[in-house]
Structures are given as structure tokens and as C-alpha cells.
Design a protein around this ligand. Sequence first.
Ligand code: FES
Length: 143
Amino acid sequence: MMYSDKVMEHFRNPRNVGEIENANGIGEVGNPQCGDIMKIYIKVEDNKIEDVKFKTFGCGSAIASSSMATELIKGKTVEDAWELTNKAVAEALDGLPPVKMHCSVLAEEAIHKAINNYRESVGLEPWEMKTHSECIHEHVHGN
Ligand code: FES
């Protein structure tokens, strides 16, 4: 399996690892097939992602995707952060092997849960979570 230099670099030197003590949005997701877990903390101020950190018990691709995803949403509005797709994260990493695409979904879903957690905490309706049918297919094959 071939990983891009960017994936290797973010895996070896991940950005924004840790937790935010006064986070106002937290999202945690697990991948039932591989058992990996992702937790994302966001600090929203004036509708902007002022800070974001992540913790994961996950594979190298999950670490690299989360590192890149946190970099991409930092400083963005909540709406723009919501629009970040796992495909955009994979592109920013110069690609992920197809069997590893589902690992980038973990980061996207954890960000969405954190944003909805924030929205509910300020009395807003949560946005509808996306479903990722392509991952279910990959999970069937045990990746
Ligand atoms: Fe579980 Fe990558 S997130 S194998």
C-alpha cells in the first residue's frame, strides 16, 4: 500500500492533537468494523472555529486525515467547517488508498457531531448528518 508524503508527514507529526478543556462542542465516533475511535473538540467563538483538537485510537490514515481536517477547519465559520468532506481531506493529503478512504470519514463525522453538539448547546437545531454508503461497502471487506 502506497501512502503520499503528506499522509506520512501528518501521521508522523500530527497537528492539533489533544483536548480543549473549555470546548463548546465535542464529537465522538467509532468505526464498528475496525474498532477505531475518534474524538474532536471545538471551541466556537463568533460563529468561527477558534480552536480544534482531536484524540484518536485509530490507524495512521485516521490520524493523518484528522490532522489535516483540523487544519482545514481552523478559523472557518461553522457553516464552512460543516461543508468539509472526507474527499476534500483526502485530496489535501494528495490521496489515500481506496481501502483507507473510510478512515477519513471518521474525522468528518466527528467534526459534524462536534458542530451539532455546539449547535444544540446554544439552542439551535442540529443539522442532518450525512450517510456514507461507500464506507459500508469497504467495511464489509474488513478494512
Ligand atoms: Fe480504522 Fe483506519 S480508522 S482502519
